[in-house]
Ligand binder design. Structure first.
Ligand code: NOJ
Length: 555
C-alpha cells in the first residue's frame, strides 16, 4: 500500500453544540474548541472532525444547512474558524469539517427559489415529483420516519426528503448543482481545512423509476433503502466529486457509507478510491439493550468481532477503514456493550483495545475517553432531537404505551450520546455557566475530565497510553501496514489478533466477558499495554482476568 500523509492520524469527533460553551448561551462554540486544543493535543489527537457548524435553522442540529459558506453565529464566525484551524495546526492537529451534500435545509435560498417554481432553474436543484391522486409519488419512508415526500402547499408537487422535512434532497443529476457544490467545497479547502467527513453520501443517487413498494410497516410505507443507497451508477458522481475537489488538495476524506459490498470496497477506499477512508457500520446495530441482541452480550460481542475481523481481512493491504465505536448517532458504548453493573475501569478500558490496533484510522468521540454514558429521561419532552421524537411517535403508532415508548427511547436514542461534555464537577459540568441546551448527565460530579486528569490510573490516562502506543515509532509501521491474523477464533469471549511486519509480532488480547479466560495458544512477550497490574500465565497460556486487555510484543 502506498503511504499517505493521513495514514497515521488519530481522530477525535467533536459535537460542537455539546463541547464547550464560552459565551454563556448554553451552546458550545468554536472559541470553546479553541480553549480545549491543549487537552486534545495532550491526549495525542492529530485530527479533529467537527460536526456541522454552517449556518442552519438547526432542525437536525446543523445537518440542515441554509448557507454553506458561513459559520452559524451560534458557533462563532468564519474568522473564529480560521483562527482555530491555525492554532490547531500549530499543535499538529488537522481540522476536518462535516460535508452535508445529500440535502440542504428547506431554508436554503436555493430551496426557497425552487418552491416558487419546481420546474425552474432551482427546482432542478432538488427532487420534485407530482403526486398521484392526492398521494405522494411513492411510499418510501424517510430514514427519520414518516413519508419521504412532503407536499408543496398550493401545488401538485412533492419534494423528496430522505431525512427530516426540513432537509430536501439535492438532485445530483443536475450538473449545475454539482458544480455549485464543488465550488463551495474548494472554497473551504482553500481556507486550510484538512478535509471532510462526508455525510450521507451513499444516498446521493436515487432510483425513482419504480412506483409503490410492498409496505413493511403499519404506516403503509416501505424503507426503500435499496432505491436510494449505494445505487448502481453512484460511482460516476463520486469519481467526479473527488477529481474536481478533494484530489486537487490531497485532502483527507472520511465518508459515512454503510454496507459497501465487498467487491466495491477497493473502488471506494483502495489506493485510488473515491475517499481516503469510510466509517463502516458493521457493528453499529448491536446493542445489548435493544433489538436482536437484547441481553445477549456474549453472543453480540462475538458477532461484532467476527464482522470486524471479516472487514479487516477483506481490506488487508488494500485500504484503510476508519475504526470507531462511538459517535453522535448511537448510544454510548458502555451502555451498548456492557451490563450496568459491569461498567468499571477494566471493562471501559478494554473497549478501545478492541479497535485501536486494527488496521485503519482510530477515531474517538468526545467524552468516550472519560467513560461518559447516557442517562434515562423521565419525559419525552426532555429530548430535543426531531428524529428521536419521530421514533417515539412511531412506537406509539405501533401500539406501545407512552411508558414503553419512552423506555425504548431511553435505551436506544441517539441523543443520549449528545449530552454536554463533562469537564469538571462544577455547575453544568464546566460545560457552560448557564443551563445548557440539553441536560448534563448528573454523574458529572464523578465522571469528569478534571478528576480523570488527577488520577494516573484513570480511563483518560489509559487512553493516553493507548494513543502513545499507536504512535510509538518502534511499532507504528506495524500498526499501520502490518498483516492481520486473528487468534483464538474459536473462543467465545476473546478478541485477539496479531499484527506482523518485518519479523515483529504484536499480539492483542481483550477478554470481553466478566469471567476469566485462558488462551489455547501459548504466547510470550514483552507487555506493552495492560489494563491490569499484571498478566497471569500458566505454562505459556495466558490467563486473562475479567475484561482484561493486553498488548504484547512477541520476543
Ligand atoms: C448522518 C448524521 O450523522 C446524522 O446526525 C444526520 O442526522 C443525518 N446524516 C442527516 O444529515
Amino acid at each position: 500500500m502506498k503511504e499517505k500523509w493521513w495514514h497515521d492520524l488519530i481522530g477525535y469527533q467533536i459535537y460542537p453544540k455539546s463541547f464547550q460553551d464560552t459565551n454563556s448561551d448554553g451552546i458550545g462554540d468554536i472559541p470553546g474548541i479553541m480553549q480545549r486544543l491543549d487537552y486534545l493535543s495532550d491526549l495525542g489527537i492529530s485530527m479533529v472532525w467537527i460536526c456541522p457548524i454552517y449556518r442552519s435553522p438547526m432542525m437536525d442540529n446543523g445537518y440542515d444547512i441554509s448557507d454553506y459558506t458561513q459559520v452559524d453565529p451560534v458557533f462563532g464566525t468564519n474568522e473564529d474558524l480560521k483562527k482555530l484551524i491555525d492554532e490547531a495546526k500549530k499543535r499538529g492537529i488537522t481540522i476536518i469539517m462535516d460535508l452535508v451534500i445529500n440535502h440542504t435545509s428547506s431554508e436554503h435560498p436555493w430551496f426557497r427559489e425552487a418552491c416558487k417554481d419546481p420546474e425552474g432553474e432551482y427546482g432542478k436543484y432538488y427532487i420534485f415529483r407530482k403526486g398521484k391522486d392526492g398521494q405522494p409519488p411513492n411510499n418510501w419512508r424517510s430514514i427519520f420516519g414518516g413519508s419521504a415526500w412532503e407536499k408543496l402547499a398550493g401545488s401538485d408537487y412533492y419534494y423528496l426528503h430522505l431525512f427530516t422535512v426540513g432537509q430536501p434532497d439535492l438532485n445530483w443529476e443536475n450538473e449545475k448543482l454539482r458544480e455549485a457544490l464543488y465550488e463551495m467545497i474548494n472554497g473551504w479547502l482553500a481556507m486550510g481545512i484538512g478535509g471532510f467527513r462526508i455525510d450521507a453520501i451513499a444516498h446521493i443517487k436515487k432510483d425513482l423509476s419504480g412506483g409503490d413498494l410492498p409496505a413493511d410497516g403499519v404506516d403503509g410505507l416501505c424503507s426503500g433503502m435499496e432505491y436510494f443507497r449505494n445505487v448502481e451508477g453512484i460511482e460516476e458522481y463520486l469519481r467526479e466529486l473527488k477529481t474536481k475537489t478533494f484530489e486537487k488538495y490531497d485532502c483527507f476524506t472520511l465518508a459515512e457509507v454503510d454496507d459497501i459490498p465487498e467487491e466495491r470496497l477497493e473502488a471506494y477506499i483502495g489506493e485510488d478510491g473515491y475517499y481516503s477512508t469510510v466509517f463502516d457500520f458493521c457493528h453499529c446495530f448491536h446493542s445489548r439493550l435493544d433489538g436482536d441482541w437484547r441481553d445477549r452480550d456474549g453472543e453480540m460481542l462475538l458477532d461484532v468481532r467476527n464482522r470486524v475481523f471479516e472487514r479487516q481481512r477483506n481490506m488487508e493491504g488494500k485500504g484503510f477503514f476508519c475504526n470507531y465505536l462511538e459517535n453522535h448517532d448511537m448510544i454510548r458504548i458502555p451502555d451498548r456493550y456492557l451490563p450496568k453493573e459491569d461498567q468499571n475501569f477494566y471493562s471501559l478500558s478494554m473497549l478501545p483495545v478492541l479497535y485501536f490496533f486494527l488496521s485503519g484510522v482510530p477515531m474517538l468521540y468526545q467524552g468516550q475517553e472519560i467513560g461518559m454514558t447516557g442517562f434515562p429521561r423521565e419525559k419525552i419532552e426532555d429530548y430535543v432531537d426531531l428524529a428521536t421524537h419521530n421514533s417515539y411517535q412511531g412506537y406509539l403508532a405501533q401500539g406501545m404505551s407512552p411508558k414503553q415508548a419512552l423506555d425504548k427511547i431511553n435505551r436506544n436514542c441517539r441523543e443520549n450520546a449528545r449530552t454536554p461534555m463533562q469537564w469538571n464537577d462544577g455547575p453544568n459540568g464546566g460545560f457552560s455557566e448557564v443551563t445548557p441546551w440539553f441536560a448534563v448527565n448528573p454523574n458529572y460530579t464523578d465522571v469528569n475530565v478534571e478528576k480523570a486528569q488527577q488520577d494516573s490510573h484513570s480511563l483518560l490516562a489509559f487512553y493516553r497510553r493507548l494513543v502513545a502506543l499507536r504512535k510509538d515509532c518502534l511499532y507504528k509501521k506495524n500498526w499501520l501496514y502490518g498483516s492481520f491474523t486473528p487468534l483464538e477464533e474459536d473462543s467465545g469471549q476473546l478478541w485477539s489478533f496479531m499484527r506482523s511486519k518485518d519479523g515483529q509480532e504484536l499480539l492483542v488480547f481483550a477478554n470481553m466477558a466478566n469471567e476469566c479466560a485462558q488462551t489455547k495458544g501459548h504466547y510470550d512477550g514483552k507487555v506493552l499495554l495492560n489494563n491490569y497490574g499484571r498478566l497471569k500465565q500458566r505454562d505459556g497460556q495466558l490467563l486473562l482476568q475479567p475484561y482484561q486487555a493486553v498488548v504484547l510484543e512477541r520476543v
